[in-house]
Design a protein around this ligand. Structure first.
Ligand code: GDP
Ligand code: MG
Length: 180
């Protein structure tokens, strides 16, 4: 008889308002996309069961902000016990890219993780479905930033067109599992 071990992985998504955090979460968890999400959602997080290997399943809790990111005033419960922190920017928005490092620092200040040097982050450059001429962040500069922050895995995604969302969350799950 195999004894199934239950693991809960807490993943939090940070980034400027409007980069597509809520859309990415819905795309991953429900495989849905809607142009308009309310700024506030009912639940603190959405969950998805994932298969880790034959003997192990895990529940991923994806925590989204309800618009408070505009004021950088997320409660301590939001950060507590996170196993992976996803940092999102919008490839058509320079400011959101420049703020990636601040969001990472913000996380480290509040989350109180035991070893900040090895804590897993994943960076998502979202909205790559948008036409080339509107993209302002090159792949190279994103790679350079990811490298400079400690070789953080980087994925270019589209919640709208469902590009690279599953591979990104597979990496997120993998890195969160290493914390458990
Ligand atoms: P949040 O504030 O970071 O949670 O961002 P939302 O998920 O609410 O998305 C903000 C706006 O960007 C909405 O109008 C979305 O429809 C749009 N959006 C989100 N993801 C994408 C994407 O991958 N491509 C495009 N073109 N628009 C997106
Ligand atoms: Mg949102």
């Amino acid at each position: 008889m195999s004894s199934k071990k239950k693991t809960i992985l807490k993943v939090i998504i940070l980034g400027d308002s409007g980069v597509g955090k809520t859309s990415l979460m819905h795309r991953y968890v429900n495989d849905k996309y809607s142009q308009q999400y309310k700024a506030t959602i009912g639940a603190d997080f959405l969950t998805k069961e994932i298969n880790v290997d034959g003997d192990r399943t895990a529940t991923m809790q994806v925590w989204d902000t309800a618009g408070q990111e505009r004021f950088q005033s997320l409660g301590v419960a939001f950060y507590r016990g996170a196993d992976c922190c996803v940092l999102v920017y919008d490839v058509t928005n320079t400011k959101s890219f420049e703020n990636i490092k601040s969001w990472r620092d913000e996380f480290l200040v509040h989350a109180n993780v035991s070893s900040p040097e090895s804590f897993p982050f994943v960076i998502l450059g979202n909205k790559i479905d948008i036409e080339e001429t509107k993209k302002v962040i090159s792949v190279k500069s994103a790679q350079d930033l990811a490298k400079s922050l400690g070789n953080i895995p980087l994925f270019l995604t589209s919640a709208k067109s469902s590009i690279n969302v599953d591979p990104a969350f597979e990496e997120i799950a993998r890195s969160a599992l290493q914390q458990n």
